[in-house]
Ligand binder design. Structure first.
Ligand code: NAP
Ligand code: ZN
Length: 347
């Protein structure tokens, strides 16, 4: 075993605390990665806040990170020590099912191994995330970080970015598409940048009208205030694709109302049961969809696209020791638009 430092939640306390944690010895197809930067995703907050006190296992969040390879297993050929890499929220999959064979490891029939809160497929151990200085990952699930992308601002591409990239691509978003992005946070602001770069006419739908200037700076045409019924009514049936990144349970009705005939609402934000009035789908033959993370080919393509178009997250970089402040501010929606932790203070 290898020992590293990380930020963990244990027992009933909400705050993460600094503590040593173990990483496995390298298997033949493993990489050891020095984690330099890790984004703070709202899913981390759901995981921390959703813990069931002492009954819960140890939690180390963090599933969008960049760093440098420090060691390679005996059979690794695609990476060498010193390579800059990026890793997202999937670190293994069965590799044999139709989804894996088709490059959709995120939908692996045996369920992909998540970067934290998952179960290692070989030794059965619980996976611990990248709010730590070292991660050990199967080589297939590390991606070369393209030159030209800032490693701190690129880290959020590996969860927030790919989660919105896959539905944007799958729904054929391009120059003739009208896209709305609901919720301007980590996922939302990257959805705007990616949709704009794909050529779509892009609009933000937000409960925070004061984000209008930011929406335009990100390339959006404008902002529809979800709290203003007249604005929502004026936007009725206007969008071919609505990407819903809202982090709290909410009524999908008003957002389906924005979808154009035969268009799609892709609900990628807060996961869980939703209630839908059939009539909201019936009128206009609308579709409701979801997505999460991405397969290996799409993740690599997204990174290339971002490098080509100069896209990365708008970040606030904090030393990892301020992780609890980042989580608190994310709870209060005080983020523009992603916190990224600098892990070098764990040395
Ligand atoms: P975030 O940065 O906190 O952004 C969420 C945004 O949702 C906020 O900025 C806010 O935007 C809006 N919002 C929050 N609470 C709301 C409420 N009560 N009513 C209406 N709007 C509200 O979060 P994130 O990291 O982007 O994550 C967003 C969600 O996606 C989370 O639930 C996360 O768990 C989930 N997620 C899913 C996947 C997946 O695989 N499908 C992957 C990553 C994350 P405005 O102020 O603009 O309204
Ligand atoms: Zn995430």
């Amino acid at each position: 075993m290898r020992t590293t430092m990380g930020w963990q939640a244990a027992g009933p306390a909400r705050a993460l605390r600094r503590a040593p944690l173990e990483r496995r010895d390298l298997r033949p197809d493993d990489l050891a990665v020095r984690v330099d930067y890790c984004g703070v995703c709202h899913t981390d907050l759901h995981a921390v806040d959703g813990r069931d006190g002492a009954a819960d296992a140890l939690l180390v969040p963090g599933h969008e990170f960049t760093g440098v390879v420090t060691a390679t297993g005996d059979e690794v050929t695609g990476f060498a020590v010193g390579d800059p890499v990026a890793v997202g929220n999937i670190v293994d999959s069965c590799g044999a099912c139709a989804m894996c064979r088709g490059g959709q490891e995120n939908f692996c029939h045996a369920f992909p191994t998540l970067t934290y809160g998952g179960t290692d497929r070989h030794d059965g151990s619980a996976t611990l995330g990248a709010f730590s200085r070292e991660y050990v990952v199967r080589d297939r699930f590390a991606y070369p970080l393209p030159a030209g992308l800032d490693p701190a601002a690129a880290a959020p591409l590996l969860c927030a970015g790919i989660t919105v990239w896959e539905p944007l691509r799958a729904l054929g978003v391009g120059p003739r598409t009208r896209v709305a992005v609901a919720g301007l946070g980590g996922l939302g602001h990257l959805a705007v940048k990616l949709a704009v770069a794909l050529g779509a006419e892009t609009t933000v739908v937000s409960r925070s009208p004061d984000k209008a200037e930011d929406a335009r700076r990100l390339g959006a045409h404008g902002l529809v205030a979800s709290c203003e019924p007249e604005q929502m009514a004026a936007a009725r049936d206007r969008f071919d694709v609505v990407i819903d990144t809202i982090s709290a349970p909410h009524d999908l009705g008003p957002y389906l109302g924005l979808v154009a005939m035969d268009g799609t609402l892709s609900h990628v934000g807060h996961l869980g049961p939703v209630t839908v009035e059939t009539i909201d789908l019936l009128v206009g033959r609308k579709k409701l969809s979801s997505a999460g993370s991405g397969g290996r080919p799409a993740t690599a393509a997204m990174l290339d696209f971002c490098a080509e178009h100069g896209i990365s997250a708008d970040i606030e970089l904090l030393p990892s020791a301020r992780v609890n402040e980042a989580l608190d501010r994310l709870r209060r929606n005080e983020v523009h638009y992603r916190f990224v932790l600098d892990m070098s203070d764990l040395d």
